[in-house]
Design a binder for this molecule. Structure first.
Ligand SMILES: Nc1nc2c(ncn2[C@@H]2O[C@H](COP(=O)(O)OP(=O)(O)OP(=O)(O)O)[C@@H](O)[C@H]2O)c(=O)[nH]1
Ligand SMILES: [Mg+2]
Length: 403
């Protein structure tokens, strides 16, 4: 299931288009292309992990969802013994883009939970169904928290409810009151650990027309577009990294080249000594500023971040909240952190002037000028590049996130 995030949402041709739009600085066009995709996610494959303790009824549940019995061909193996150690994928034909993943029991392997989650690649799943039998488990609460920490969602299933029903009947208890009490218990347990309440279903995988089984299926079908859209939103940072990575490295190399150029210019006063020594710092200041500002303009153009981009996106997307979201997420195109860089520049020039006044050799001053011009240009442009890459990412996130 190892798949790049872009591959999950975009075809090879679409990926090439996105990459080339980004490379040519057409950020707005790239965002609009991504946005048009985010409005049509019905073909995107969704990986749903079915999790729970050993023997909680995960595999039997998956079979029931697929209208299969344990002995049918293609059914997930079930049984009273620990049955499955590898995450296994089963297609869910009722929703053709949904894959149900049968995971080993959360308390299997003898691993502690964090190792288990690593082993089953927990973070690669899009949605979760936690299956629990008989009573609320500690692992269920921890997993629920971890799912919500990732910004993802889950359903909670109390399985084998036919067994609970049988017990209630044997005790002569009111069935509706008994089921309500099970539901209440789940709610109290989730609330006590600070988990936002999920949809809770009481089901029996042996009685697919009873209890909450039909409701579970219809709820999943109804929620699917929202789940897909949430998964898309959550994936934007990773997708942007994949898109920006090649150009980011190229631009970083160019920043280094500009910084080297800035340093080389520092050799000029040694080759052709200036008649007025005080012109030396002015020369350094002038050349460094010219090269840095040119580099800054170049980066700005290369990354397609213009001042008219935000209003234009807000207008074209007809999304009134966009401007506000961009503001909240700190959209900015200024050089940052400007203050440190200005202080660095002032200190350099002051050192030079002091050096000249105290009669330092032209060679010494030149070496100092070369090194500081290189360092200043490199630092300022690197900061600016990183800031712009981050801003582009925030802009895309804000433009594509759900209202
Ligand atoms: N009564 C009843 N028994 C069930 C139900 N679901 C599963 N079982 C039984 O519970 C036992 C374990 O079910 P599995 O589906 O294999 O459980 P699992 O969670 O996949 O187990 P592992 O893969 O070993 O972690 C089997 O004997 C099933 O027949 C149910 O809804 N009602
Ligand atoms: Mg199983």
């Amino acid at each position: 299931m190892a798949q790049s995030t872009l591959t999950k949402f975009f075809t090879a041709q679409e990926r090439r288009n996105l990459q080339s739009l980004y490379n040519t600085g057409e950020l707005e066009a790239m965002i609009l292309q991504m946005k048009s995709k985010s409005d049509h996610l019905d073909k995107v494959q969704l990986n749903i992990a079915v999790m729970g303790d050993v023997g909680s009824g995960k595999s039997t549940f998956i079979n029931a969802m697929r209208d299969l019995r344990s002995n049918d061909q293609g059914a997930a193996p079930t049984g009273n013994e620990e049955t499955w150690m590898e995450p296994t994928r089963y297609p869910y034909r009722a929703l053709p883009n949904v894959q149900l993943w049968d995971l080993p029991g959360t308390n299997s392997f003898g691993f502690e939970l964090n190792n288990y989650l690593k082993q089953v690649k927990f973070e690669s799943f899009d949605f979760f169904i936690i299956v629990s039998q008989a009573r609320f488990r500690e692992n269920d609460a921890v997993i629920a928290k971890k799912i919500q920490e990732q910004g993802k969602e889950f359903y909670y299933i109390r399985s084998k409810i036919d067994n609970d029903t049988r017990s209630l009947k044997m005790q002569g208890a009111d069935l509706n009151e008994g089921w309500s009490s099970i539901r209440r218990d789940c709610i109290i347990n989730f609330q006590s650990v600070g988990v936002t309440l999920p949809d809770i279903f009481l089901i029996s995988s042996f009685e697919r027309e009873q209890y909450d089984f039909p409701k579970l299926k219809s709820t999943l079908a109804r929620d699917l577009p929202n789940i897909q859209s949430n998964v898309f939103s959550l994936s934007i940072p990773k997708m942007m990294l994949e898109i920006t990575e090649p150009k980011g490295s190229t631009l970083m190399t160019r920043v280094l080249l500009l910084a080297i150029l800035s340093g080389i210019v520092g050799v000029v006063p040694v080759l052709a000594p200036f008649p007025v020594p005080m012109l030396v710092p002015v020369w350094y200041l002038f050349t460094t500023i010219v090269i840095t500002v040119s580099g800054w303009i170049y980066l700005r153009k290369q990354l397609g971040l213009s001042d008219r981009l935000v209003p234009s996106l807000a207008k074209r997307g007809k999304r009134s909240g966009l401007q506000v979201r961009l503001k909240e997420r700190g959209f900015k195109t200024k050089i940052s952190p400007a203050v440190t860089n200005v202080l660095f520049g002032i200190t350099t020039v002051t050192c030079m002037i002091t050096g000249i006044k105290h009669g330092f050799s032209p060679m010494g001053i030149s070496i100092f000028g070369t090194v500081s011009s290189f360092a200043f240009t490199c630092k300022l442009l690197k900061d600016s590049l990183n800031d712009r890459l981050e801003t582009g990412q925030r802009l895309v996130q804000a433009a594509l996130s759900r209202d």
